[in-house]
Design a protein around this ligand. Sequence first.
Ligand code: AMP
Ligand code: GLY
Length: 418
Amino acid sequence: MNVMIIGGGGREHVIAKYVAKNPSITKLYALPGNGGISQVAECVNISAEDIDGIVSFGKTHAIDFAIVAPDDPLAMGAVDRLEAEGIKCFGPDRKAAEIESSKIFAKELMTKYHIPTAKYEIFTDTDKALSYAALSDYPIVVKADGLAKGKGVVVAENFQQARDAILSCMKSKTFGKSGERILIEECLRGPEVTVLAFTDGKVIVPMISSMDHKRAYDGNTGPNTGGMGVAAPNFYYTEEIAEQCMKNIFIPTINAMKAEGRTFKGCLYFGLMLTKDGAKVIEYNCRFGDPEAEAVLPLLDGDLLGIMLAVRDERLAEVPVKFRDGASCCVVLASAGYPGKYLTGYPIEFGNIGDFEGVEVFHAGTRLEDGKCVTSGGRVLAVNAVAEDFPAARAKAYEAVKCIDFQGMRYRTDIGAH
Ligand code: AMP
Ligand code: GLY
């Protein structure tokens, strides 16, 4: 079977590595891939947003199965286009991907189907949004409707901050069309949990829970990033909470999508907040989280490609989806300056990282230059350690990180500290 993975970050590296274990693969490609992915797949220089290029490559290279991992190609309808050419895909079609690409769609869905979430108002008019913000109790949360590379959410502590966020979306059009409509939400409090789940639209199978660390610096300070590290499972997510989420959130969500004619097939990401009134949805994503995937998939005890094919063919109920006991701690190594401006092209030293059992290094922003791995992004590597419990995984991850070096390397030292 010829398989292609769309994307080129740490998430695509872990997917490529685990999918590659399936013996039925003849050829594995990554578009565009990166320096690490090139160890397990042939990387092809086609961007994840070049849908015409992806479809044409799929046709000329007799691709049987495509795994579309990032949000942008999913929102652009990559799955619809590939399936129309007879190429089976893992990932939702464009209409189902709207659960992430329009926060307003997601909110209206939750309201209609009584899925717990923060109270909200929708605004298309700047003055109305400003008047509402002027009369609000703080903090409030201002969100751009569409995709904004993780930067479209501001938790405003006062009117000044809310005003800046509203004007940046609606007047300065910082996020283009994505910010033409905005949401203003009640600010929820409580621990955050990510639950990734496989679903074929009929059944939903949650994976091990996790905790992303979105802020740049220790102690959850500094600006939001794409994610600086992950603890899995999430300590706050008890079996009792998991049962409630299954009943009140997960099953109602897939049924709601089906009822709306938008059956969701792929990996559905639930960003939850455990409030004193129970778990509420902060956001949905239509794909694996990054770096959550790098911590969760190493705990999967089974055949990732087999599960993905079953999701596509709507026979998920027939395949085993099991996770091993134990825990993951994933530490992201970033370039100096990230999430702001940073420089790239620095050689990466890996030392004796290969000697650490249970440690895997996933490449997020690297490329090969004359056969040497150099930095090419803000988040450069995700180092994940698996061990029998979280403290052991954490100790191992931080020990392993000491082997790695590149100019300006920076990471959080408190992943999983609570
Ligand atoms: P999102 O891009 O929707 O994941 O939002 C980014 C982050 O903003 C989340 O991980 C939360 O920490 C925070 N956030 C979003 N919505 C809310 C809310 N209604 N209440 C409190 N925090 C929120
Ligand atoms: N780590 C957060 C996300 O993938 O959206």
